[in-house]
Design a protein around this ligand. Structure first.
Ligand SMILES: NC(=O)C1=CN([C@@H]2O[C@H](COP(=O)(O)OP(=O)(O)OC[C@H]3O[C@@H](n4cnc5c(N)ncnc54)[C@H](OP(=O)(O)O)[C@@H]3O)[C@@H](O)[C@H]2O)C=CC1
Ligand SMILES: O=C1O[C@H](COP(=O)(O)O)[C@@H](O)[C@H](O)[C@H]1O
Length: 518
């Protein structure tokens, strides 16, 4: 009995959300898309759930001129548009302030110092500051240098100073290292929170729970039982208003350097010694070191890149990438990538990880599929009829959850097998829509938990892996770029990539549907 009580007490303690101590969030780029669409709604959601500390304020910084009042009105309008209740919105915006200026101008940082001093006193936030860089990456360094020069990154005056940095972190290995080096002149690694919003998604966090809190999966989580792993992040959206960014980035930087590689890492890493952030991040790093680097001549064999042309998505005609506003009509930037990754360690020897992601595909769906080997000997059918392989699917979106495909007897007939899907959907089971990824991550930054943020070495290793590919594509320009119709599943060569190994991509046509939300 005592044991049981102990167990449930521990569970309650684990489940309980830790409300952070006094905190402030200072957003650079506060007039931008990310701030309005993701950051403000997530901070507001935390406010409504009473997960923000009582001693809290938010300070927006950008070049656009607003008074506090005008900025609050913008936020009010935005939140009311999202059907939020007026009363909550009004009490939330009382904690919001705004200053404007140019990032390369000392007077902005003097003003910032003064504002922080007075707000820290007013809200008793004990000089605890989280600086969120939600600006274009080109100004990250400038902001960090100035914060450093104005001693806003120093922690010895009582409070903490943390910096959340949005992706992309650099544009290749060299620039990422350079940015990191400069950053570390002013900040210790424990102050740096490199955000990857996929790590805040419920199913993504659940990968570790599923693997390491159950006995049934881990013993078969290896080359002996797993045939291949497929990770798909398909979007119906194009590049929206982000042509300026996407023309520089392309899909490999936009999705693989961060989200896709992180997903692969969580599926493939060894069990960490504990849930401590350093243990988890050590395992991720170890795994990243085992991913095979390809020689330049192998890249075409293992990677396919494509760009969408005009087509129909969700019944609507959409322009091709080169026809999008602010895109170079001869652009050879990729909007689709499929690749085969191999992990050179004992657990994953010979197990391919097929990854694909793309814009303007047939439907929005993200999943990780663990495809198990065939049974070694089938007693069920003569004439070599193959049994379908078991598949464990971790559904990241639209319906967060997981499903297991197994073979079962079809009722009635004497001996007919069929695939049965054991389906678990978060929303249905818990009757609760999980929080947005940014809520989780902002809360973690306030309590100082870096587990779900990307450490310097992992970020570097991901760039190391992808930079040779980026270099080759940069050299090849249009050569090797394949065109696919918007509303399809990408270039047919992506199917050939996997067919060469005698496999095929999972058919995602029939899985649940939603509109893109990002
Ligand atoms: N939007 C999204 O969905 C996602 C964005 N990100 C990352 O978050 C960051 C912000 O993205 P997002 O909000 O879309 O970006 P925006 O293009 O909306 O820019 C944010 C703000 O930065 C300021 N800004 C724009 N250009 C410059 C410039 N050249 N110099 C200084 N300031 C500038 C503008 O404010 P003002 O003119 O008032 O100064 C703008 O409101 C980027 O690093 C992006 O890669 C990451 C994941 C998703
Ligand atoms: O970081 C990014 O992610 C979104 C996809 O995010 P999701 O949560 O909607 O799956 C992608 O559209 C964007 O290009 C990329 O920068």
């Amino acid at each position: 009995m005592e044991q049981l009580i102990k167990k449930s007490l521990t569970r309650a303690q684990i489940c309980e959300e830790v409300r952070p101590g006094p905190s402030s969030i200072i957003i650079f780029g506060a007039s931008g898309d990310l701030t309005f669409r993701k950051l403000i709604p997530s901070i507001f959601a935390l406010f409504k759930k009473e997960l923000l500390p009582k001693q809290f304020y938010l300070l927006g910084v950008a070049r656009t001129k607003y008074t506090d009042e005008e900025y609050r009105n913008e936020i009010k309008r935005w939140l009311l548009n999202e059907n939020e209740a007026l009363n909550s919105v009004l009490s939330f915006i009382e904690r919001i302030f705004y200053i404007s200026g140019n990032y390369d101008d000392d007077s902005l940082y003097k003003l910032l110092q003064e504002k922080l001093n007075s707000l820290d006193k007013m809200f008793e936030t004990q000089q605890n500051h989280i600086f969120y860089l939600a600006t274009p990456p080109s100004v990250y360094l400038e902001i960090i240098r100035r914060l450093g020069q104005f001693e806003l990154t120093k922690e010895n005056s009582g409070g903490y100073s943390r910096v959340i940095i949005e992706k992309p972190f650099g544009s290749n290995l060299e620039t990422a290292i350079e940015l990191d080096k400069e950053l570390h002149k002013y900040l210790k690694e424990s102050q740096v929170y490199r955000i990857d919003h996929y790590l805040g998604k419920e199913t993504v966090q659940n990968i570790m729970m599923l693997r390491f809190a159950n006995i049934v999966f881990e013993p078969i989580w290896n080359y002996k039982y797993i045939d291949n792993v497929q990770i798909t992040v398909a979007e119906t959206l194009g590049i929206e208003h982000r042509a300026g960014y996407f023309e520089q980035a392309g899909l490999l930087r936009d999705m693989f350097q961060n989200h896709m590689i992180q997903l692969l890492t969580l599926v493939a890493m060894e069990p960490p010694a504990s849930l401590e952030d350093s243990s988890v991040r050590d395992e991720k790093t170890k795994l990243l070191k085992s991913i095979r680097m390809y020689d330049t001549y192998e890249i075409d064999k293992y990677f396919v890149r494509g760009q969408y042309v005009r087509g129909t998505v969700n019944g609507k005609e959409v322009p091709g990438y080169r026809e999008e506003r602010n895109v170079n009509p001869n652009s050879y930037v990729e909007t689709f990538v499929a690749g085969k990754f191999l992990i050179d360690n004992w657990r994953w020897s010979g197990v391919p990880f097929y990854l694909r992601a793309g814009k303007r595909l047939k439907k929005k769906i993200s999943e990780i599929a663990i495809i198990f080997k065939e049974v070694p000997h089938s007693i069920f059918f003569k004439n070599n009829v193959e049994l379908e392989q078991n598949v464990l699917i971790l559904n990241i979106q639209p319906d967060e959850g997981f499903s297991l495909k197994i073979q079962a007897k079809q009722p009635g007939s004497k001996l007919c097998l069929n695939t049965l899907t054991m389906d678990f959907k978060y929303n249905e089971f818990f009757n609760f829509k999980g929080p947005d990824a940014y809520e989780r991550l902002l809360l973690d930054a306030m309590v100082g938990d870096q587990t779900l943020f990307v450490r310097s070495d992992a970020m570097e290793l991901a760039w190391k892996l992808l930079t040779p590919i980026l270099n080759k594509w940069e050299q090849d320009k249009e050569k090797g770029l394949l065109f696919y119709e918007a509303g399809s599943w990408g270039p047919k060569e992506a199917n050939e990539l996997i067919a060469r190994d005698g496999r095929e991509w999972r058919d995602l046509e029939a899985e649940g549907e939603i509109e893109d939300g990002f």
